[in-house]
Ligand binder design. Structure first.
Ligand SMILES: Cc1cc2nc3c(=O)[nH]c(=O)nc-3n(C[C@H](O)[C@H](O)[C@H](O)COP(=O)(O)OP(=O)(O)OC[C@H]3O[C@@H](n4cnc5c(N)ncnc54)[C@H](O)[C@@H]3O)c2cc1C
Length: 297
């Protein structure tokens, strides 16, 4: 390990949590590498309007907030590595971070990798349909004049539909009869003429049809009901993005965390409390804890 690597930090993920950590680490003068496989700024770029991040009394569109975070990262002096972390391992007193192109070492690791979108179980998607099926809004945010079906009933499904309805017509397809989103999102969807909410539709099969898709399922208990759409976006939940954890690291998370050299911050560990301000706070706290450990040595 290079001489200064023991006092350096690697941050995996440049969303609100990772960026907040990197900015604070740099304020302490700690060498910081931050890894990001997509555009910096994080998942909040997918949000239609963020109304609960302090400092923006009128709310701020997700992409604008993400751009501000990205600019803040740029000005912090942290070194940004563009690429996916394929493995993070701890061995011989340091963290080894592997990307497709290179390998890096650091004395501290901050895991801020957020979450990955889930696909629903029990929905068969034909091979021909796959190119029209998505799990992240970013992939279709430029579409205009299309019919888009969003499957889901929570905040993300309604937020996606409101966002896409600026330029498209939407179905929100729910399996149950009651949405699980914030009442204010439901109200906005109800008063939006471009959004139709379809309740009690259990989607079973998605096939290529003409230039779009045919979704077949059970509606109100009746099998074989169908609807057509140009694109399909799933919003059925997310899980922690931890696929790059090495075996040694996975076994020793608690120990390394207790030693103050490994930190999990933001959505990757926050369960249902997945919010931007919480993620940013986690990142700052981890950086402050790292500085305390370094200053003790
Ligand atoms: C539709 C929608 C609306 C939302 N609205 C709001 C809202 O109104 N208010 C609010 O507070 N929050 C909202 N959120 C939640 C908010 O986006 C998250 O809480 C926040 O982005 C979490 O930050 P994070 O840094 O923990 O994770 P993320 O923002 O998910 O950042 C993680 C980053 O890590 C990167 N990454 C992952 N794995 C790797 C790897 N192996 N190598 C390199 N990089 C990797 C990812 O590409 C990503 O950029 C919304 C989310 C969605 C989906």
């Amino acid at each position: 390990m290079p001489d200064n690597a023991g006092r350096s930090a690697a941050v995996i993920g440049a969303g609100p949590a990772g960026i907040a950590a990197a900015v604070q680490l740099r304020r302490f003068g700690i060498d910081t590498l931050i890894f990001e496989k997509e555009k910096t700024g994080g998942l909040v770029r997918s949000a239609n309007l963020v109304e609960n991040y302090p400092g923006f009394p009128d709310g701020i569109p997700g992409p604008e907030l993400a751009d501000r975070f990205a600019r803040h990262l740029l000005s912090s002096g942290a070194s940004v590595v563009s690429g996916e972390v394929l493995s993070l391992e701890y061995a011989g007193g340091s963290f080894a971070i592997k990307t497709e192109k290179d390998q890096y070492q650091a004395g501290f690791a901050v895991i801020a990798s957020g979450t990955a979108a889930l696909r629903p179980e029990g929905v068969e998607i034909s091979r021909g349909a796959e190119p029209f099926v998505f799990t992240e809004i970013i992939s279709i945010s430029d579409l205009e004049g299309k019919k888009i079906a969003v499957i889901g009933s929570g905040d993300a499904a309604f937020d996606y539909a409101l966002n896409l309805s600026k330029k498209n017509d939407l179905y929100i397809i729910m399996r149950g009869s009651e949405p699980r989103c914030l009442p204010l999102l439901l109200e906005r969807a109800h008063s939006n003429r471009r959004i139709e909410i379809i309740r009690r539709f259990d989607s079973r099969k998605v096939e290529k049809y003409s230039s779009g898709l045919l979704i077949t399922g059970k509606k109100e208990g009746v099998e074989g009901e169908s609807l057509t759409t140009d694109r399909l976006l799933f919003a059925v939940g997310r899980e922690p993005a931890t696929g790059f954890f090495g075996r040694g690291l996975s076994k020793n998370i608690d120990l390394l965390s207790r030693e103050g050299i490994l930190y999990l911050v933001g959505d990757v560990k926050n369960g249902i409390f997945r919010q931007t301000a919480i993620a940013a706070g986690d990142g700052i706290k981890a950086a402050m804890a790292i500085e305390k450990v370094i200053s003790r040595v």
